[in-house]
Write a protein that binds this ligand. Structure first.
Ligand SMILES: [Mn+2]
Length: 389
């Protein structure tokens, strides 16, 4: 049985203020689907964090729907579980999508009764899908299937241990879930599950009885004992880890063991570049369209620095001074105010903001520039929408 593993797509993600959706659309409809077409797996698994936000914006939903529609034409059974970034909205209309062999799993039905799939050679694998759900919700959903004593202080560990005892172990047993296991590396892109429960890191030993654990949550691709597999986020989502390879994992299971296990690197539709140095040094760097993060090591602030750097690095997303805390008082621009009327529209809000910062009404010429930029922004937004329609 050939299985393509992926996780942590984070559709609709922003990198600082840059919305990555159009790049993600390019990547998933191009690079990802052509990989799927070439490999022709018996099934596709996406182990959580499909969408970046529990309340996704409209453009993201347009694209998501479009993508699933296209995926359905491949006739490859595809299983998506919820991650900690997802919500019930990720699995909306799941009943109808199942008719197209696309399973958006936000429940425990395929955990208490594994989803058994046979390949064309007649080889069967049992998949246990355990989506990420907040602890209280997981408990509530589990109660629909079982009645069991709740340990005094309920944690993921105690609850999962109880659940694992209750499931029928049909071998080979593959579990698909979305948790961080101890001894594995996070890369700073993940939002910790900490805060939802005492134990956001689960012991690897808990999953020992399964033949394979297909995992999501950690964005760095990693694997242990050919058994615990994090395919990782297929696209780079942070400057710090850009140089590391991203992609999907392809495994083939035959006669009760893995006979092929390959990480397939995929090409990102963008580059992430971090530059560190003084303004004079950075100014000499070649012009690039990469998304850029700049850390300035100048001792004094540079006049008009953002605009000057933006001319060289049009996709400058982040700028900071290393020594800004040493700048003298005169160097600092301190803005101290509170905006009370937060429900103003953009135009009124900007007028108010300008008056607060500059202490005067905005000049007509400047107002014109603002309106022009605002219009451009709206046009761009419209383009994003039409991309997904
Ligand atoms: Mn994630």
């Amino acid at each position: 049985m050939k299985i393509l593993l992926s996780s942590d797509w984070h559709l609709g993600k922003f990198l600082y203020r840059e919305k990555l959706l159009s790049k993600q659309a390019e990547f998933f409809q191009g690079e990802f689907l052509s990989c799927l077409k070439d490999l022709k797996p018996d099934l596709l698994i996406v182990a959580g964090d499909i969408l970046d936000r529990p309340i996704p914006d409209q453009e993201t939903l347009y694209f998501y729907e479009d993508f699933l529609k296209e995926l359905s034409t491949y006739k490859i059974p595809s299983f998506f579980i919820l991650g900690n970034h997802d919500s019930r909205r990720t699995a909306y209309h799941s009943y109808f999508l199942e008719q197209a062999q696309i399973y958006l799993i936000d429940h425990l039905k395929y955990f208490f009764t594994p989803f058994s799939l046979k390949d064309n050679r007649g080889e069967e694998v049992n998949f246990y899908f355990l989506p990420y759900l907040p602890l209280y919700e997981l408990l509530e959903k589990a109660r629909a299937f079982l009645s069991f004593e709740i340990p005094e202080s309920i944690t993921y560990t105690t609850l999962l241990e109880t659940l694992f005892k209750e499931i029928p172990f049909k071998r080979p047993a593959f579990i698909v879930t979305h948790f961080a296991l101890d001894q594995f590396q996070s890369c700073g892109e993940e939002i910790s599950i900490k805060g939802f429960s005492e134990d956001y890191l689960l012991p690897e030993a808990m999953f020992q009885s399964f033949d394979i654990a297909c995992l999501g949550h950690l964005h760095r691709p990693q694997m242990k004992k050919e058994k615990f597999i994090y395919p990782g986020a297929p696209m780079p989502y942070s400057f710090e880890t850009f140089i590391e390879e991203r992609g999907v994992r392809f495994i083939e299971w035959r006669d009760n063991r893995i006979i092929r296990n390959e990480f397939m690197a995929l090409t990102s539709p963008y580059e992430l570049l971090t530059l560190k140095g003084t303004f004079a040094q950075i100014e000499k760097q070649p012009k690039t369209n990469a998304y850029t993060k700049i850390i300035l090591e100048d001792e004094k602030p540079i006049f008009n620095v953002y605009e000057r750097l933006k001319a060289l690095f049009p996709n400058l997303l982040y700028l900071e001074y290393t020594y800004s805390s040493n700048f003298s008082k005169e160097d600092k621009v301190e803005v101290n105010f509170s905006l009370e009327a937060i429900d103003l529209d953009e135009k009124a809000l900007f007028k108010e903001f300008y008056a607060l910062v500059e202490g005067k009404e905005i000049e007509p010429k400047l107002w014109e520039v603002f309106l022009k930029n605002l219009e451009e922004f709206y046009n761009l937004e419209k383009k994003e929408v039409s991309l997904c329609q």
